[in-house]
Design a protein around this ligand. Structure first.
Ligand SMILES: [Zn+2]
Length: 177
C-alpha cells in the first residue's frame, strides 16, 4: 500500500517535471504539499475536464488512423514493418496524450494552489502577476480576465507601497523647508 503510493508519487513528479508553476511556490514545503494533494486528487473522473479529455483522446486516435493510412498508401513496406510502426505509433500517442492531459490538469490545480499560497498567478496561463496594479483588467500574457481572488492578492500587495508614496504628498508645504 505504502509502496504503491510512493510509486504513484514518483510517477507524478516525473510527469510534472519542468512545469513553470512548480518554480513559483514560496517554499519547498509548500510545493511538496501541493504535489501530494494533487497526487491524491488525480484520476477523479468527476472533475469537469473529464469529457474534454475524452474528446481530445478520440480526436488524437482518429487523427493517427488517418495519418497512418495516408503514409502507408504512399510507401510500400513489408506488412510486419508497417504493423510494428503502427503499434509503436499507437503506444506513443497513448502515452503522449495521457501525459499531456495529466500535465494540463495538474497545471490548473497547481495555479489554484499557488493562489492559496498567496502567489498571484494567471489561472489561464500561469504567468506571475506580482507587481501589477490590482486594477489591471487582463493578464498581459494571455489576455484572460484576472480572477477576483488574484485581484484580492494584488490589492493586498498594493497597500504598503501606496502608503509609502502617499506620505510625502500629504506633508504640509509651509513646513517642508
Ligand atoms: Zn495569462
Amino acid at each position: 500500500m505504502a509502496r504503491e503510493r510512493k510509486l504513484r508519487k514518483t510517477l507524478l513528479h516525473l510527469t510534472l517535471r519542468g512545469l513553470p508553476e512548480l518554480e513559483l511556490f514560496p517554499t519547498e514545503q509548500a510545493r511538496t504539499e501541493a504535489l501530494n494533494e494533487i497526487g491524491t486528487e488525480a484520476g477523479n473522473p468527476a472533475q469537469g475536464s473529464y469529457w474534454k479529455a475524452v474528446a481530445i483522446f478520440v480526436f488524437a486516435v482518429v487523427s493517427i488512423v488517418f495519418i497512418g493510412r495516408w503514409v502507408f498508401a504512399k510507401i510500400d513496406w513489408p506488412t510486419w514493418l508497417e504493423d510494428t510502426l503502427r503499434g509503436a505509433a499507437w503506444l506513443l500517442t497513448f502515452v503522449l496524450v495521457l501525459r499531456w492531459l495529466h500535465r494540463g490538469g495538474a497545471q490548473g490545480e497547481l495555479r489554484e494552489k499557488l493562489l492559496k499560497n498567496g502567489v498571484p498567478v494567471c489561472l489561464g496561463c500561469g504567468y506571475l502577476l506580482r507587481g501589477l496594479a490590482s486594477t489591471t483588467p487582463r493578464c498581459p500574457e494571455c489576455g484572460m480576465e484576472i480572477d477576483t481572488r488574484v485581484r484580492e492578492l494584488l490589492s493586498a500587495m498594493d497597500q504598503p507601497s501606496r502608503e509609502a508614496t502617499a506620505f510625502p504628498a500629504t506633508q504640509p508645504l509651509d513646513q517642508a523647508h
